[in-house]
Design a protein around this ligand. Structure first.
Ligand code: NAD
Length: 261
């Protein structure tokens, strides 16, 4: 299938899952607006590398997804440089772990701002352009933690459950506008976000990172295997396809059986 001529904005695409999705959408022919933090030279290498590998236009915005005005400016910038956004992937996200009573207020505010409000402000900014074209795809990257909980992740679990709620609301509102809105709920994916958790847990439990890696996945997933950013990219491309045009308002799990239990 071809996404040639479509413009895709993927938040948090300088690393991990977002980068996998950006590459997969570029591979299907879409022009890409990258977003996220990181070293300037490395980001430019990513940008020019994707453009050269897939023969598509690739832009970059350093917008902070915790800041509503920067999200609106990024969507406007994408429209100016590439064309109005057809595909919005709300992927940027952060994690912090602590029990509820110890959870620092500023960490709560930061996770809610990026993982929850960022998705709302992204959709708010991009929907008018999609409605005007009569075609759009919104893919919100939630998590298995949008469907079930784990200890010590109160802000993350609250945000991801909220993302599923707003996915359903937007799907209903846009049902006859040619725009679908779905959420992807990954299980464990080995990215910098998870590597940090592995290092912290290994230190706390006195295990090697290798042992902790096995135990972390086995604790939650019947299938003791990471999902890859490439596989999530493949799912995102499918959600943009004609075959998926009546799929809307749903959480799509890709989690090694995590929430089947
Ligand atoms: P990652 O740390 O590898 O990448 C996060 C990306 O978001 C980076 O590009 C980073 O620069 C960007 N980012 C962070 N804060 C930002 C901000 N304020 N503004 C703009 N960009 C920002 O993490 P990842 O594992 O690829 O996670 C991506 C998404 O997938 C997150 O929403 C996460 O909750 C979700 N997720 C991850 C897993 C997993 O196992 N890794 C599982 C389920 C869901």
């Amino acid at each position: 299938m071809s996404l040639k001529g479509k413009v895709a904005l993927v938040t948090g695409s300088t690393s991990g899952i977002g980068l996998g999705i950006a590459r997969a959408l570029a591979g299907a022919g879409a022009d890409i607006m990258l977003n996220g933090f990181g070293d300037t030279a490395q980001i430019e290498a990513l940008r020019s590398g994707i453009a050269a590998s897939f023969g598509v236009k690739v832009g970059y915005s350093g917008a902070d997804i915790g800041k509503p005005d920067q999200i609106a400016a990024m969507v406007a910038d994408a429209a100016k440089t590439l064309g109005a956004v057809d595909i919005l992937v709300n992927n940027a996200g952060i994690q912090f772990t602590a029990n509820v009573e110890d959870f620092p207020e500023e960490r709560w505010d930061q996770i809610i701002a990026i993982n929850l409000s960022g998705v709302f402000f992204g959709m708010k900014a991009a929907i008018p352009g999609m409605k005007a074209k009569g075609w759009g795809r919104i893919i919100n990257i939630a998590s298995a933690h949008g469907l079930v909980a784990s200890a010590q992740k109160v802000a993350y679990v609250a945000a991801k459950h909220g993302v599923l709620g707003m996915t359903k609301v937007a799907a209903i509102e846009l049902a006859n506008a040619g725009v679908t809105v779905n959420a992807i709920c990954p299980g464990w994916v080995l990215t910098p976000l998870v590597e940090k958790q592995l290092r912290d847990r290994a230190e706390k439990d006195g295990k090697t990172v290798e042992q902790e890696t096995h135990d972390l996945v086995a604790e939650k997933q019947p299938m003791v295997k990471f999902t890859t950013p490439e596989q999530i990219g493949g799912l995102a491309v499918f959600l943009c396809s004609e075959a998926a045009s009546t799929m809307t308002g749903i959480p799509v799990s890709i989690d090694g059986g995590w929430v089947a239990q």
